[in-house]
Ligand binder design. Sequence first.
Ligand code: FAD
Length: 494
Amino acid sequence: MQQSKKQKIVIAGGGTAGWIAAAAIAKQLGRVVDVELVESDQIGTIAVGEATIPPMRTFHHLLGIDEQEFMRETSATFKLGISFENWKDQNQDYIHSFGKTGQESFFADFHHFWLRGLQEGHTADFSEYSLELQAAKAGKFVKSKNPEINYAYHLDATAYAKFLRKYSEERGIKRTEGKISKVNKDMKTGNITSLELGSGKTITGDFFIDCTGFKGLLIEQSLHTGYEDWSHWLPCDSAYVVQTKSTGEVLPYTRSIAHQAGWRWNIPLQHRMGNGLVYCSQYLGHDEAKKLLVDSIEGEMITEPRLINFRTGRRLKAWNKNCVALGLSSGFIEPLESTSIHLITTGIIRFIRMFPQAGIIDSTVDEFNRQTKLEIEQLRDFIVLHYNVTNRQDSAFWNHCKNMQIPETLAHRIDLFKQNAQAMQIDGEMFRVDSWTQVMFGQGVIPESYHPIVHAMSAKELSAFLTNYRKQIQQVVEKLPTHQAFIDQYCKIP
Ligand code: FAD
């Protein structure tokens, strides 16, 4: 087997995507490749992206990151899920948590048992059978082996990029400050050969990772890869963001509060609150949106409201020629389920696994692009579900969402659930049965029937099972410390 020369990877951009890529490569490939990251302080980063999902813990574990240090450095808090308020209907809430609901059963998931219970007079809500969900509701948290609680983080995006920069530079990643003014390509192959900076410096490389944000300086502006637009399914195209002082104890969940033309978020950090209002500019003007946000926030503003425009969709090829796009340059769903940072981590892990040490091979590129497409499409379907399955009819925006044509893959899943409560489990999919059922029930989808296997239990057995399971969760939650108390002793910022 031939071992080729040491390759050089150039990372363009140093936002969350650039530094996640740098940190992962430094840890896993640091000895076999040279890496240089170029970023421009003048351009800066998008500086949002503060809610995450549980696989980030696995990613940190791969990097050997100390959790308490990371949480102190990024002012992080624990996240147990998202509270969706006014999504099903106005004044109706539910939580999509990171927890399992009920006990695992091989042939039919717990919700079939709950559905039969409902028919036989059990009035307890589906949410009462998930530990994480009930802990979130009670504002409680503990990190322990028993009970073991599944969680993610809320973090300060700017501090997180700094944290990963320090991590990467300590492991040999070279950082160059400067604005890329030109992308040079090989006339014959079309591959990128170097980046020219405003200072006149040229950075050459064998492989390039485009982390330049929405503009996709390399993948789009130079390689003209193309973009698949999803705004007919996800029409929100703008967000106003603002930071405020914290008021009261920090909650262990993100709040997502629907309004007449989109939704707004509250992301609680240790030292401040992140707020944003996501909306569709066709139905809500920018000035109105800004006012809606400012009028709805609680604490004192510590930044000026800032407008961000976006277009939901995906880059047609995440890997094109000798360039891989990560982060916003590769596509954007919208932040409703906090999936963007997750896609950066899975993207860089996939790239490292398929690393083209002996030159770029078409089959590797195709497989990388196939997996990337599938992954983002599955997440898209889950996000579209929230908009489409609603009782809201109080505005043109919600009428559009309720009546729009949805992706066939999603329509199929909704049908399966509506008809016989089948919550399809797709191998490798990020959001699993527990997520799909919590959102479906939370948004008011009640199936017409359930799996007959639940009748293997007598009515008395089922009743005891449902009652005891719920009581056990209540008892565990009662004994947990508050989220604030746990943070104070575990990772409080100095
Ligand atoms: P950026 O942060 O834009 O970084 C781009 C980098 O490229 C910068 O360093 C910049 O200086 C550099 N650059 C650009 N042009 C040049 C040039 N010419 N020369 C040199 N350098 C250049 N994700 C989540 O997971 N959870 C969330 O809660 C969440 N909320 C979001 C809310 C909103 C409103 C939006 C829009 C996004 C949200 N995201 C969220 C997505 C998340 O913000 C991004 O995935 C993440 O920040 C990564 O961004 P990035 O690094 O790709 O881009």
